[in-house]
Structure formats: structure tokens, C-alpha cells
Design a protein around this ligand. Structure first.
Ligand code: C5P
Length: 402
């Protein structure tokens, strides 16, 4: 039986070379737990076979209005029933023009007209077709009609030219679609997140840091954005792309992270400290590189850094506070001690040896109600569960305050 809470997308393909990216898109959507029903125009079948998309989506692919597999004989109505969104990728200039005029001469365009759900399109075409005033008029019109336009991007085109019109990548489309479908649990909430390690200089070239890739913090930021929050991300040095839609401040040291948090905290409803803040910094780092020929032995004096999360939680009117605890043993006990000591509503505990740098994570949520263990899953999935839990606790806190 299909899970009734599972989101369902009808993915339409029209006839452009970017149709090859649709195979990847189906995978990216199903990986995110979205059920995909593919519908192709006749022209799309010239670029990629229905068999490929059927195998990847696990559902029969439809191309024809008169398909006898649909019991009612009305594929154009039946196929989009219970669908959360129709996504057309690639969407050709011709298909977009048809949308403007409400033309319905094949299965996909008829579904687009007869739909009850939102429509998202990812245009894909040669740069001259994209720049043409007719296409620009059409794009403006479909936006006015409420269609969501994803992309296009600029770059190398299949025709050998370079310019605007290429379809955005499958991952970007999947990300936009899953964000669009996510329940807006944190609509209107201002969320401040710290992520990544901090780097504490020893001299001009050396420093001490914590092992943290920033993946978990960035995933939490994306999940909060998906949930409709306004997100500010204060990030230590990582090599990750900024989450689209977040205001990002880059910092290096714990002191800089603290200053950035102080600047934003008054306008924060929810603070999530994911950063692996270095507990110590070097007292008086040297301006120039220390020469080992001059100083064969070196002693460093380390002084404690401020506890940023503890400081936020101790403010007179603190935001809702959540922290992350990475431990190498006695996970639950140490994490709960930390939760109580720092006086935060939620502590997310993970084993350092399992979490650091990995793409997936297994965490336990500790709050006043006890412990909740989450199954091992990709950090994206774990982040969404954490955000859902925070939204629940934050909602309860607000109700109590009223
Ligand atoms: O390092 P520790 O295990 O105490 O980290 C627990 C939580 O406290 C994390 O959320 C981390 O971001 C935060 N923290 C902080 N400032 C520090 C140390 C930790 O905000 N100096």
C-alpha cells in the first residue's frame, strides 16, 4: 500500500535535449521520498525512452490521452488526482507558449490545464529562443498565472552556443520541488544557525580547529528554509555552497562567531548551535610564522572561548535554543548534562566518530520529555526531522507564553 503522507509529483517531460537530465531528476526526487508519476510528450520520447523513466520511477509512464490502462478512460483527469504538484522538466518554449494560451492537444498539456495542484516548470531551450520577446512575454504571463518557474541557467548549450536557457541541474530542481512541498512548520520564524568548525590561529599560517565539515549545520539551515523560516547562517570555514535563501555570514574564530551571534540574536526566535566551536583559543597568537629553527620547542597557552550557546540561552528573554553535542562515549548522559548546564530546550546528540564528515548521521533528541532516537539517515533527512521536532517544541513554548 502506498503511504498516504508520501508526497506525489507528476513529472512531465517535453521534447528537449535536457530530457536526459530527467532520469537523474526522477532519482533525486524518489531519494527524497517523493513518489513520481512520469508523463511524456511524443517529442520527449525522441530524446529518452519511457522504459528508462519507468524503471527509475517504479511507475508506468503515460504518453497518450487514450491510454487504456486508465480505467475511466480519462487519463488527463485521473493521472493528476492526489498529486501534490505537476513539474514539467524540461519545459520547451513551445510547451510554455501552450500554457499561456491554455492549449490542450496532448496528455501533458491537458493535465496542465485540468489540474487542481500547483505547476512548476523548468525551462530548457537555446539562448535565442529564451531571449526572444515572445518567450519572455510568455514567461511573464505564466508567472502571473501562478506557475512557478525554476531557472533557467546560463552556460554551455547542446547546440554549442553559450548563454541563458539551459535547464538547471536535476539536484537543484529536486531541491526546489521538495522545498515547495515541505510543510511550512516554521513560517514567519526567524532562525539563527551556527555551523562548521571555528579556526583559532597559532601564528600567521597555523591554527587549531575542530573536525567538522559543516554538512549537518548546512542541512539544518536548508530544512529550516524549507519549513518557511527566515534563516541567518553564521558559518565557520567550510567548503559548502551557501543554502539558497539564507543570509550567510562567514567567520573564522569563535570570537568572530560570538560577535556575529550577538549582532543577530535580538532578532531571533529560534537559535540552533550546530557549530563545533573550539573550546580553547591560543592566548596571544603570533603575527608572523613561528620558525622552528628559532624555537625548536613550543608551548602554547590556551584560554577558554566563550560558550556562545550558553550565553544565548542565559539572555533575559532568550530565543528557543537547541544545541548539538558530539561525544565519543556515554552519549545520552553527557548530552543531557550539557542540555541542563546550558539550559537549552533541546540537545541533539550524536557520536563524533559516526557523524564527522559523513553524509549520514544517527542522532538522539533530548528534551524535557525524554529521549527520542532517530534512525540513521542522510543528514538532509535527519535535519528535516530535527526541524519538525523544534517546530513542535517551539509551538508549544509559544502557546504556553500566551
Ligand atoms: O562543545 P560542546 O559539546 O559544549 O557543544 C555543545 C553545544 O554548544 C553545541 O551546540 C555548540 O555549538 C555549542 N557551543 C558554543 N560555544 C562553545 C562551545 C560549544 O556555542 N564555546
Amino acid at each position: 500500500m502506498t503511504d498516504p503522507s508520501r508526497k506525489k509529483v507528476l513529472l512531465g517531460l517535453t521534447g528537449g535535449i535536457a530530457a536526459y537530465k530527467a532520469a537523474e531528476l526522477v532519482r533525486r526526487l524518489t531519494e527524497r521520498g517523493i513518489e513520481v508519476q512520469v508523463v511524456m510528450t511524443e517529442a520527449a520520447c525522441g530524446f529518452i525512452t519511457p522504459a528508462t523513466l519507468q524503471a527509475l520511477s517504479g511507475n508506468p509512464v503515460f504518453t497518450d490521452m487514450w491510454d487504456t490502462r486508465v480505467a475511466s478512460g480519462m487519463a488527463h483527469i485521473e493521472l493528476s488526482r492526489g498529486t501534490d504538484a505537476i513539474v514539467v522538466a524540461p519545459a520547451t518554449a513551445d510547451f510554455i507558449a501552450k500554457l499561456v494560451h491554455g492549449l490542450a492537444d496532448d496528455l501533458l498539456s491537458t493535465l496542465a490545464l485540468a489540474r487542481e495542484c500547483p505547476l512548476l516548470v523548468a525551462p530548457a531551450m537555446n539562448r535565442q529562443m529564451w531571449d526572444h520577446p515572445a518567450t519572455q512575454r510568455n514567461i511573464a504571463q505564466i508567472k502571473r498565472d501562478g506557475v512557478i518557474v525554476l531557472g533557467p541557467a546560463s552556460g554551455d548549450q547542446a547546440c554549442g552556443e553559450v548563454g541563458m536557457g539551459r535547464m538547471i541541474e536535476a539536484e537543484e530542481i529536486a531541491e526546489a520541488v521538495s522545498a515547495f512541498l515541505a510543510p511550512k512548520l516554521l513560517a514567519g520564524a526567524r532562525v539563527l544557525i551556527t555551523a562548521g568548525p571555528t579556526f583559532e590561529p597559532i601564528d600567521a599560517v597555523r591554527g587549531i580547529t575542530n573536525r567538522s565539515s559543516g554538512k549537518m549545520g548546512y542541512a539544518v539551515a536548508r530544512a529550516a528554509l524549507e519549513a518557511g523560516a527566515e534563516v541567518t547562517l553564521i558559518s565557520g570555514p567550510v567548503s559548502l555552497p551557501a543554502p539558497a535563501g539564507a543570509k550567510v555570514t562567514q567567520v573564522e574564530t569563535a570570537a568572530q562567531m560570538f560577535e556575529a551571534v550577538k549582532r543577530h540574536v535580538a532578532r531571533t526566535d529560534i537559535y540552533i548551535g550546530v557549530a563545533a566551536v573550539a573550546d580553547y583559543r591560543v592566548d596571544k597568537p603570533r603575527q608572523h610564522k613561528i620558525k622552528k629553527t628559532v624555537e625548536p620547542q613550543l608551548q602554547l597557552k590556551l584560554v577558554p572561548n566563550p560558550d556562545i550557546l550558553g550565553w544565548v540561552a542565559a539572555r533575559p528573554k532568550p530565543p528557543f535554543c537547541a544545541g548539538f553535542a558530539a561525544e565519543s562515549r556515554n552519549l545520552d548522559a553527557y548530552a543531557d548534562q550539557k542540555r541542563r548546564r546550558k539550559n537549552v530546550q533541546l540537545m541533539v546528540a550524536n557520536l563524533a566518530q559516526q557523524a564527522i564528515g559523513a553524509d549520514d548521521n544517527e542522532v538522539t533528541l533530548l528534551d524535557d520529555a525524554g529521549t527520542h532516537r532517530l534512525e540513521r539517515a542522510p543528514k538532509e533527512v535527519v535535519a528535516r526531522q530535527i526541524i519538525a521536532h523544534i517546530a513542535k517544541l517551539y509551538g508549544a513554548k509559544r502557546r504556553k507564553a500566551k
